[in-house]
Design a protein around this ligand. Structure first.
Ligand SMILES: Nc1ncnc2c1ncn2[C@@H]1O[C@H](COP(=O)(O)OP(=O)(O)OP(=O)(O)O)[C@@H](O)[C@H]1O
Length: 504
C-alpha cells in the first residue's frame, strides 16, 4: 500500500522546532504525573492467568473467537468526575448519550460490545482509577479481547486489528502502563507512531490514564529535543516517530533497547508499508531483547503486510483480525454525489453545509493544491476553516490540530496526512473531495476506511460524503464499495430535502 503526497512528507524531516511547540501546546515533553491522591504507590500487580476472550473478532494462534456465554454485566459506579464529564458529553449532543453507549456496548454485533469490566483485568489500583477518571465504564470489544492476553504473564506478542475509533490506543497504553516499573529509572516502553500528531495524541492518553500513577515519566522522541551525547534517559515511556527513535536508540544510544519491556507499533500497517518507516521500525525492533513484548495495532492490514508482520514478529504472535465486511463501521453512513468539476464539488459542499447542522467536519483532498484552492473558496463563502497539509512546519500542524480540537475551526481541509488515528469526537462529517488513490492510481481502500473513520468515533453516528467527478472516480468508489461489501448511496446535491434526511 502506498500513500498520496503528504503522507510521505512525514514528521521526521520536520521536527526541528518541536520542543518549543510542545511547550506552546501546553503539553510538556516530559510528563510527570500527579502523585496518587489515595497515597497508593505504583504497586506492580501481576495479572492472574489469562482470561479467555469472550467475544471477539477472529483470533488466530490464540483463543478462538466466539459469542460470549457470559450474560452478566458488571455495573460500575460512576465517580463524580465521570458523571460531570458524561453530563457534558450528553449535553453537547455531538455524541451518543450514555444510554446509547450502554446499548451499543450490550449489542454483540457492535465493536463496542463488552460484557466484562475493567476490574476483571486486575489492573494496578491507580491505573484502574485512571481508566474510570477518563469516563471509561466498560472495555470495548478489542480491549476486552486483547487485554487479558496482553496483560498475562509471560508476555505474548500480538498483531491486532479493530475498526477505527474502537479504543485500540487505550488497549496498548494500558499494557505499557501495567508493565512499567516506575521505581526503575530507565526507558521500559517504546511506542512508535507514523506522524507527530499521533505521537502527541498517544502521549495525551498516557497522561490521562496515568493520572494516579506517581512518578511516571514520559518523553516524546522528536527531533527538536536537545539531548547531550552520552546522556542516558531516565524516563519510563518513550513515544515518537521512527526516525528520531532510531537515532536515539541506535546512533546515540540514549537508552538500551535490550531493556525495553513493551514495544508498540501504532498504525502498524502503514509503518510496514511505507519504505522509510519500515526500515527504521525494523531496525529498532531487531535491537530489542528476546523477552520484549511486541504489539502491532491498526484498523487495516492488507494481506501482504499481515504476512510480513507475522514473519518479523517472533514467537508466533497472537493475531486478532477482522473479516473484510467488519472493517467498515455501520454507524458511519456513506453517500456519494456526482459532480462534473471541482467548482461543482465546492457547490455540493456549500449546499450540504447550508442544509444540515454539522458539528465539525474534515474534508480530504488529493493534493495540497486542491486543499489550498478549497480553503480559499470556503473562506470566501464565510466558513471558518483550517488547512493542514504535510508541507507545513511541525509547530504549525500542531497548532492547527489544537485549534480544530478546541472547536475554533469547524472545518478542517486536509490531505492524507491526517487520514489516520486523529481522534476528535465532534467530527460528525467526513467529505472526500477526492477519493484516495495509491501511488499507482488504484483505489486506496485502506486510506478510505481510515479517512471516514475520523467520524463515528466510539459508537457515535457519522456521515461520509464522497464527491465523484467522472468515470475514474466513480469506478474507484465502486471498487471501494465492493472491497468492503457496503453500499455507498447516491445523494443529489440539489435536493435539499434529501440532504436534510441523511442527517437524521
Ligand atoms: N472503554 C472505553 N469506554 C469509553 N470510551 C472509550 C473506551 N475506549 C476508548 N474510548 C474512547 O474512544 C475514542 C476512540 O479511541 P481510539 O482513538 O483509541 O480509537 P482507535 O481504535 O485507536 O482508532 P483509530 O483506528 O482511528 O486510530 C477515544 O476518544 C477514546 O477516549
Amino acid at each position: 500500500m502506498s500513500f498520496n503526497d503528504d503522507w510521505g512528507a512525514s514528521v521526521d524531516s520536520q521536527e526541528t522546532q518541536l520542543a518549543s511547540e510542545i511547550g506552546k501546546m501546553g503539553i510538556k515533553k516530559e510528563i510527570k504525573t500527579e502523585p496518587s491522591t489515595n497515597g497508593s504507590g505504583p504497586v506492580q500487580q501481576k495479572p492472574t492467568s489469562p482470561a479467555k476472550p469472550t467475544s471477539a473478532p477472529p483470533v488466530q494462534h490464540g483463543a478462538q473467537a466466539g459469542d460470549s456465554s457470559q450474560t452478566e454485566e458488571d455495573e460500575t459506579e460512576l465517580g463524580k468526575e465521570d458523571e460531570s464529564l458524561l453530563r457534558k458529553l450528553i449535553h453537547s449532543k455531538l455524541i451518543a448519550s450514555k444510554s446509547d453507549l450502554d446499548i451499543l456496548q450490550k449489542d454483540p454485533n457492535s465493536p463496542l460490545f463488552s460484557v466484562k469490566s475493567f476490574e476483571a483485568l486486575n489492573l494496578k489500583p491507580e491505573l484502574l482509577k485512571g481508566v474510570y477518571a477518563m469516563g471509561f465504564n466498560a472495555p470495548s470489544k478489542i480491549q476486552e479481547t486483547a487485554l487479558p492476553t496482553l496483560l498475562a504473564d509471560p508476555p505474548v506478542n500480538m498483531i491486532a486489528q479493530s475498526q477505527s475509533g474502537t479504543g485500540k490506543t487505550a488497549a496498548f497504553v494500558l499494557t505499557m502502563l501495567s508493565r512499567v516499573d516506575t521505581s526503575q529509572s530507565y526507558p521500559q516502553c517504546l511506542c512508535l507512531a507514523p506522524t507527530f500528531e499521533l505521537a502527541l495524541q498517544i502521549g495525551e492518553v498516557v497522561k490521562s490514564m496515568s493520572k494516579y500513577m506517581s512518578e511516571l515519566r514520559v518523553l516524546f522522541a522528536v527531533r527538536g529535543e536537545k539531548i547531550e551525547r552520552g546522556h542516558k534517559l531516565d524516563q519510563h515511556i518513550i513515544i515518537g516517530t521512527p526516525g528520531t527513535l532510531m537515532d536515539w536508540a541506535l546512533k546515540f544510544k540514549f537508552f538500551d533497547l535490550k531493556r525495553i519491556k513493551v514495544f508498540v507499533l501504532d498504525e502498524a500497517d502503514v509503518m510496514i508499508a511505507t519504505q522509510g518507516h519500515q526500515d527504521q521500525s525494523i531496525r529498532i525492533q531487531r535491537g530489542l531483547g528476546k523477552d520484549c513484548q511486541m504489539l502491532l495495532f491498526s484498523a487495516t492490514y492488507v494481506e501482504d503486510v499481515m504476512k510480513f508482520a507475522q514473519a518479523v514478529i517472533p514467537n508466533k504472535p497472537i493475531v486478532i483480525k477482522l473479516r473484510r465486511e467488519e472493517e467498515s463501521l455501520e454507524n458511519i453512513k456513506q453517500y456519494y454525489i456526482e459532480c462534473s468539476s471541482k467548482e461543482e464539488k465546492f457547490q455540493a459542499i456549500a449546499n450540504i453545509y447550508g442544509a444540515i447542522s454539522i458539528g465539525q467536519s474534515m474534508i480530504f483532498c488529493a493534493t495540497k493544491k486542491t486543499a489550498h484552492w478549497l480553503t480559499e473558496k470556503m473562506s470566501e463563502d464565510g466558513h471558518v476553516v483550517g488547512l493542514l497539509t504535510g508541507d507545513l512546519m511541525i509547530e504549525q500542524r500542531a497548532a492547527i490540530i489544537k485549534r480544530f480540537r478546541e472547536g475554533k475551526e469547524k472545518v478542517l481541509i486536509t490531505t492524507n496526512v491526517t487520514a489516520r488515528g486523529i481522534d476528535i469526537e465532534q467530527v460528525t462529517v467526513v467529505v472526500n473531495f477526492d477519493l484516495p488513490l495509491t501511488h499507482d492510481m488504484k483505489p486506496d481502500c485502506e486510506t478510505y476506511i481510515h479517512r471516514i473513520g475520523r467520524t463515528g468515533r466510539f459508537g457515535k453516528n457519522g456521515l461520509a460524503i464522497n464527491l465523484i467527478d467522472g468515470n475514474r472516480s466513480y469506478n474507484t468508489m465502486r471498487a471501494i464499495e465492493k472491497h468492503f461489501g457496503r453500499t455507498i448511496e447516491k445523494l443529489d446535491a440539489d435536493d435539499i430535502d434529501a440532504i436534510e434526511k441523511i442527517s437524521t
